[in-house]
Design a protein around this ligand. Structure first.
Ligand code: ATP
Ligand code: PRP
Ligand code: MG
Length: 285
C-alpha cells in the first residue's frame, strides 16, 4: 500500500505536539524514542523522526512527502518550500537581544557589532533589508550565553516567554519574525500521495477548528431563554430542550473559547445556572 511519509522532530520542542495532533486526528503511531521510523496502524502514513534543522532538505529531495516544522526553520532553510497549514502550536519569535545595560535605539546600533546566532540566513536577510553590516558568529546552541562570555555584543535567537533572555541579563530589542508549527509539503509529492495528504489535511483542519471552540450547556428559566440566546451566538442556532422541571430549559451551543469568559457574568445575571463548558474533539463545518 502507498504511504504518505511525514517527518516530525525526533526530540525537542515540536515532538510532543506533533504526535498529539496526529493522535487527535485518530492516527495511532508509536513515539520515536528508540526508532527513526514508525508506521501508523490505521492510516496510510509512515512517520520519520528527524532533526528539525535537517527536514527542509529531506522535503526538497522528496525523501519525505510532508513535515511538521517550525516556520522559522522554513525562513532560515526552506524559503522554496510551501506551507500548507498553520498548526497553532510552538508559537515563538526570532528576536534580537542585547545586554540589559546596553544602549539601543535602532537597528543602526548593530553596525559593526558581533552577533551570535544559530540562524545566519535570517539575520543576514534582516540586516541587509536594513542596510546594516555586522559580524556574525554562528553557534549551534546556548546562544544566550554569548554576550556574557564576551563572544558577542548581541544575539538573534528564539524567544517565547522571555525567561531565557531574562536569566541571561539580556533584553529583546527587535522581533525579526513570528513563528508557529506548520505543515509543509515536498515539491516532489506525487498526485497519489497528494490525495492522502488531502484526507490528512481535512482531519487536521477539523481538529484545529475544534481546539478554538467549546461546547456550552446551561439551564435557564423559559422566560429568560430569548435573552440568553442573544448573548450566546451558536454555530447556526442554539439548541433549546425542555427540562423535566416545569418552566425550565437547557440551552446547548458552541462558542469561541476566548469568548466564554467575556460573557459568563452576563449569562449569570440573565438567569443561567448549571453552566458546563466542554472541549470538542472534532469540528466539521
Ligand atoms: N521556547 C520555545 N517556545 C516555543 N517554540 C519554540 C521554542 N524554542 C523553539 N521553538 C520552536 O520549535 C522548533 C524546534 O526547536 P528545538 O529547540 O526543539 O529544536 P532545534 O534545536 O531547532 O532542532 P533540531 O535539534 O531538531 O534540529 C523551533 O524551530 C521553533 O519553531
Ligand atoms: O523565551 P523562552 O521561553 O525562555 O524560550 C526561549 C528558549 O527556548 C529555546 O531553547 P530550548 O529550550 O528549546 O533549548 P535548546 O537551546 O537546547 O534548543 C530557545 O533556543 C531559547 O533558548
Ligand atoms: Mg532550541
Amino acid at each position: 500500500m502507498t504511504k504518505l511519509k511525514i517527518a516530525i522532530q525526533k526530540s525537542g520542542r515540536l515532538n510532543d505536539e506533533s504526535l498529539k495532533i496526529l493522535k487527535d486526528c485518530g492516527i495511532s503511531i508509536d513515539n520515536g524514542i528508540d526508532q527513526l521510523k514508525a508506521s501508523a496502524r490505521n492510516f496510510p502514513l509512515e512517520v520519520m523522526y528527524l532533526r528539525n534543522g535537517d527536514i527542509p532538505q529531506y522535503l526538497r529531495d522528496g525523501v519525505v512527502d510532508i513535515a511538521i516544522l517550525g516556520e522559522n526553520t522554513i525562513f532560515e532553510k526552506g524559503n522554496d518550500l510551501s506551507v500548507i497549514e498553520r498548526l497553532g502550536f510552538s508559537k515563538c519569535r526570532v528576536s534580537i537581544a542585547v545586554p540589559k545595560e546596553a544602549d539601543y535605539s535602532s537597528v543602526n546600533d548593530l553596525k559593526g557589532k558581533r552577533i551570535a546566532t544559530s540562524y545566519p540566513n535570517t539575520v543576514n536577510h534582516f540586516l541587509s533589508e536594513n542596510g546594516v553590516k555586522a559580524e556574525l558568529h554562528i553557534i549551534n546552541g546556548s546562544v544566550e550565553i554569548a554576550p556574557n562570555i564576551g563572544l558577542a555584543d548581541a544575539i538573534v535567537d528564539i524567544v517565547s516567554s522571555g525567561s531565557t533572555l531574562f536569566k541571561n541579563n539580556l533584553k529583546e530589542v527587535e522581533t525579526i519574525l513570528k513563528s508557529e508549527a506548520v505543515l509543509v509539503a515536498s515539491p516532489k509529492i506525487t498526485s497519489e500521495l497528494n490525495a492522502i495528504l488531502k484526507q490528512l489535511q481535512f482531519r487536521i483542519q477539523s481538529v484545529l477548528k475544534a481546539r478554538e471552540f467549546r461546547y456550552v450547556l446551561l439551564n435557564a428559566p423559559n422566560d429568560k431563554i430569548k435573552d440568553i440566546i442573544t448573548i450566546l451566538p451558536g454555530m447556526k442556532s442554539p439548541t433549546v430542550l425542555p427540562l423535566a422541571e416545569e418552566g425550565w430549559s437547557s440551552v446547548h451551543t458552541v462558542i469561541n473559547k476566548d469568548k466564554f469568559w467575556d460573557i459568563i457574568d452576563e449569562l449569570k445575571t440573565n438567569g443561567a445556572e448549571g453552566i458546563l463548558v466542554c472541549p470538542i474533539e472534532k469540528m466539521v463545518l
